[in-house]
Design a protein around this ligand. Structure first.
Ligand SMILES: [Zn+2]
Ligand SMILES: [Zn+2]
Ligand SMILES: [Zn+2]
Ligand SMILES: [Zn+2]
Length: 310
């Protein structure tokens, strides 16, 4: 039987402080309804901890930003709670009753939080871990189910999501080239290459081994030297990225440069990978030799392969 109403929850929370708590116990709430206790988790040798129920979780949700509230949790004179970050957002006025919010903390709620276990915020994305209040925040910064940032460089794109969401977004909104297969052979052509400074060029997405990889190709600067850089990013976690290798070969006009590397996770920003020079760097003068002709046009052939390390 599901518990309804606050009284039932309060009874339950009071109940679990008894030391020899019996998991099969049922309690009666104040109106005589039968309450089955929710899941209870025990840390070894430590006092029993309580996994928060949906209703209790709601108590810790800021009514303004919908995030979990962490101390200092503030309250208005009527007891409505709010996270400290949102206080200035609402001009120090309680969003529920319009009373002024001073720095009155809700110590009771802060205290209760310390005895509760919370599921990770990315539960609906697939994370089933539960944590004591403060550990949860630490976990969520590292949780592998947290959303990824859009890997498209050169735009101030703020879209986040899981890999399949980002794939739809990259195709529909950034119109990226999508290729199926683990080898590629691309030509990058640019007229007036001397005008290109720090311009981001191209993102191509490859799908192979049931995974997705982003090939970046762009103009950059190495010290004072204009360079082109190509590198691959893995759309997934760093530890999985390490299962793959890739090589790149760029050239033309009977010259070539090759590079072999490990794709970097898109958890690392495009800028961070670029600035670490973890990819194929082609000085612009060399790139123009590759292009042949009168060096007024950049014509590069980039070939590559992605494979899985066994
Ligand atoms: Zn808030
Ligand atoms: Zn209020
Ligand atoms: Zn998680
Ligand atoms: Zn984007």
């Amino acid at each position: 039987m599901a518990s309804r109403g606050g009284a039932c929850k309060e009874m339950f929370m009071a109940h679990v402080t008894v030391s020899d708590y019996d998991l099969s116990n049922e309690t009666m709430d104040l109106e005589g309804r039968l309450c089955k206790p929710k899941k209870v988790t025990f840390a070894l040798g430590v006092k029993p901890r309580v996994l928060s129920t949906k209703g209790v979780l709601d108590l810790f949700q800021c009514p303004v930003c919908s995030c979990s509230m962490y101390p200092p949790i503030l309250q208005c004179p009527n007891g409505h709670t709010l996270c400290s970050k949102c206080k200035s957002r609402v001009n120090n006025r309680c969003p529920s009753c319009r009373h002024e919010i001073n720095n009155i903390r809700c110590l009771a709620l802060e205290k209760i939080a310390q005895s509760l276990d919370f599921p990770c915020s990315y539960q609906s994305q697939g994370c089933h871990e539960i944590f004591p209040y403060h550990d949860r925040l630490r976990h969520e910064h590292q949780c592998k189910f947290r959303p990824y940032n859009c890997p498209y460089a050169g735009s101030e794109c703020s879209v986040t999501g899981d890999i399949s969401t980002l794939m739809v977004h990259l195709t529909n909104d950034h119109k990226v080239d999508l290729h199926v297969g683990c080898t590629f052979n691309h030509r990058y052509v640019k007229s007036n290459p001397l005008e290109v400074q720090n311009a981001t060029w191209m993102l191509t997405v490859f799908s192979c081994f049931d995974k997705h990889f982003c090939l970046h190709f762009e103009a950059s600067q190495l010290g004072n030297e204009p360079v082109y850089m190509a590198f691959l990013q893995f759309m997934g976690e760093e530890d999985e990225a390490k299962d793959f290798s890739y090589d790149l070969e760029v050239g033309g006009n009977r010259r070539k440069l090759t590079w072999q590397g490990i794709p970097r996770s898109i958890r690392d920003s495009h800028r961070r990978v670029r600035d670490s020079h973890d990819g194929l760097l082609i000085p612009r003068n060399l790139a123009l030799f590759f292009s042949g002709g009168d060096q007024q046009e950049l014509k590069l052939r980039v070939m590559g392969r992605i494979w899985k390390e066994t």
